[in-house]
Write a protein that binds this ligand. Structure first.
Ligand code: PLP
Length: 453
């Protein structure tokens, strides 16, 4: 086969042979895919030579930015020394040992043990088995229902997709039993007329209490939630929400699982989102930022009180060939060393976070924007035909997609969720790059507004 060279040749091969995840196959084949060839810092280069500002850190994962030789070297060195060995049957290796200890140091104090996986989805499949196993060992096997939230995203395997609350995904695949979805704290989209954010946050949190009462506490195993719902549209809850959820979890015999696949590793200005909101989870789910996407890796941290019960139970019949893959663990260790050395978490909390937030929040003045919330370095713009009435566009998603396409044309990667534009740039973005990002967002909003007139 002669090697394809031009963008057109590459696109033709791609269309012929590659089934893309989460892509509209029909329009992909008609338009061809965008081919990214290299990246540095916060910048991508495509096969036509365009320099694109990656406002999404890939898929919310490249926290330390692209082009980090230190991670590349660590992976290469590990591949030379021990490219693979597993962690089954009481075996392990140095990178898995060192990373477990590092995660125990970085996570909140109740966490000292990690179960390694290859992704966020595998981590959440693991969560389902772990919480059910926990209550089996405690001789409460009927406690197996897991409460999640509508519009949550916890991954795309059958089990993680069931745990998530994405209706379009449920519509295409079987959903596993014993998962219950309650309301999400989406003030803009779901508050009642005249309700304050405070009242809405409390009412939505109390949906958890109501669900536990309705089903019976003796049947509920766990509640799972992201600190900030990411793929659901960057839903930052009102201040009253998390303290009320924390109270309910404390008072009831259920496990609280914080899915930190997006919020973990600095995104919200703390190492973990639960620290930003002051909650105390029993289980903490991680992936993405753990390696900044340089290698696939995920993990599930369990609090001491959970680990003690699991130990009593003996065998846990679960694991993946690549659980604790040595090269992925080496990537994570190098990535976390960069994060600590450069104090990227502090930078998000005290420097670049506030800098971008101020400019982002000001976008709420644009005639197309209803709200422009941002926490740490994750934000959203709700597009609306009527700012004051909190009205939605009639054909939900159409204007969001239009704006997202304009943003691509303006060489900025943003994501559209319904009519909400999303941003989550690498944590290393400079002030000048923030200004450039905001200028491109403004142009995108103006282009979209002009098209709608
Ligand atoms: N959980 C959350 C909160 C996520 O955002 C994602 C992915 O976006 C996942 C789980 C699934 O992770 P993965 O795609 O690595 O399976």
């Amino acid at each position: 086969m002669t090697l394809p060279k031009t963008t057109a040749e590459l696109r033709a091969l791609d269309a012929a042979h590659h089934l893309h995840p989460f892509s509209d196959m029909k329009s992909l084949n008609a338009e061809g895919s965008r081919i990214v060839v290299k990246a540095e810092g916060v910048w991508l280069t495509d096969s036509d030579g365009n320099r694109i500002l990656d406002g999404m850190s890939g898929l919310w994962c490249v926290n330390v930015g692209y082009g980090r030789e230190e991670i590349v070297e660590a992976v290469a060195a590990q591949l030379r020394e021990l490219p693979y060995y597993n962690t089954f049957f009481k075996t392990t290796h140095r990178p898995a040992i060192e990373l477990s200890a590092k995660l125990a140091e970085l996570t909140p104090p109740q966490f000292n043990k990690v179960f390694f996986t290859g992704s966020g989805s595998e981590s959440n499949d693991t969560v389902i088995k772990l919480v059910r196993r926990y209550f089996q060992i405690k001789e409460k096997p009927e406690k197996k229902i897991i409460i999640s939230r509508r519009n949550a995203y916890h991954g795309s395997t059958v089990a993680a997709g069931s745990l998530g609350g994405m209706a379009p995904m449920h519509g295409q695949s079987a959903v596993i039993p014993d998962i219950l979805h309650i309301a999400q704290p989406y003030f803009w989209g779901e508050a009642r007329q005249g309700e304050t954010p405070e009242e809405f946050g409390l009412r939505t949190a109390r949906a958890l209490e109501a669900a536990i009462d309705a089903m019976g506490e003796d049947r509920i195993a766990a509640f799972i939630a992201e600190p900030v719902q990411g793929a659901g549209g960057v839903i930052i809850p009102p201040a009253s929400y998390w303290p009320e959820i924390a109270r309910i979890c404390r008072e009831r015999d259920i496990l609280f699982v914080s899915d930190e696949v997006i919020c973990g590793f600095g995104r919200t200005g703390s190492w973990f989102g639960c620290e930003t909101f002051g909650t105390e989870p029993d289980i903490l789910v991680m992936a993405k930022g753990i390696t900044s996407g340089y290698m696939p890796l995920g993990g599930v941290m369990v609090a001491d009180r959970v680990a003690e019960v699991l130990h009593e139970g003996g065998d846990f019949n679960h694991g993946y060939t690549y659980s604790g893959h040595p090269a992925a663990c080496a990537a994570a260790l190098a990535n976390l060393a960069i994060m600590q050395r450069e104090d990227l978490v502090g930078r998000v909390a005290n420097d670049v976070g506030p800098y971008l937030q101020a400019r982002w929040n000001a976008l709420a003045e644009h005639p197309l924007v209803g709200e422009a919330p941002m926490l740490g370095l994750v934000g959203a713009l709700e597009l609306t035909p009527d700012k004051l009435g909190r009205t939605k566009f009639p054909d939900v998603g159409k204007v969001g997609t239009l704006a997202r396409d304009f943003s691509f044309k303006n060489n900025l990667v943003m994501r559209a969720v319904r009519d909400r534009l999303i941003i989550a740039p690498p944590l290393v973005i400079s002030h000048e790059e923030c200004d450039e990002l905001i200028a491109r967002v403004r142009k995108t909003l103006d282009d979209t507004f002009a098209e709608l007139k």
